[in-house]
Design a protein around this ligand. Structure first.
Ligand code: CU
Length: 185
């Protein structure tokens, strides 16, 4: 009798484990998108950057960021950041500083102490299409201090040097989009 109940318990435990696993496997990641549009700073820079950036939360603080933005300078790099004030009007400067809930200095995206919203530069091809795919561990799509939902995403004319304070010397803000949860989340 004891043996049978142990077997039953083991089977039940296995079933629970399998159930959890299949739940995790079928759970959809939270997705947000930013539709990037030129600011008034784009024309003077002879750029017309448009595109879509997709954010997928894959873990507690693991957000995959995938971007494709056309109309940038060919064969170059462009600063790419979540900023702090959701106002894409005008030349993009109303978006304020980088998203930085911990009040850290600006730094290389590979460093732990850095602006949460400062990511690796977009790299463009010969046609001026900038792409990136990077995992960012300082932001979330779930609610909380590090949530970037509702925040503005900025593409700059110039590369972020990952050193200069407070904005990486990345020049004018040539495209902007507000990060919005995709319906169905
Ligand atoms: Cu920026």
């Amino acid at each position: 009798m004891k043996h049978i109940s142990l077997v039953a318990a083991a089977v039940a435990a296995a079933a629970v484990a399998a159930g959890c696993q299949s739940m995790m496997g079928s759970e959809k990641p939270i997705i947000a998108v930013a539709e990037m549009k030129p600011t008034t700073a784009a024309g003077p820079a002879n750029l017309s950057p448009t595109g879509i950036v997709r954010f997928s939360q894959l873990g507690a603080s693991k957000v995959m960021v995938e971007a494709e933005i056309k109309g940038l300078k060919p064969n170059s790099e462009h600063g790419f950041h979540v900023h702090a004030v959701p106002d894409c009007s005008g030349d993009g400067t109303k978006t304020g500083a980088h998203f930085n809930p911990d009040g850290h200095p600006h730094n290389h995206p590979g460093q732990m102490i850095r602006h949460a919203g400062a990511m690796f530069n977009l790299k463009t091809d010969a046609n001026g299409t900038g792409t990136t795919k990077q995992m960012v561990d300082t932001i979330t799509l779930t609610p909380g201090k590090y949530s970037i939902v509702g925040m503005p995403l900025i593409t700059h004319r110039d590369p972020d040097d990952y050193v200069s304070q407070p904005l990486g010397n990345a020049g004018p803000r040539v495209s902007c989009g507000i990060i919005a949860l995709q319906s169905g989340n």
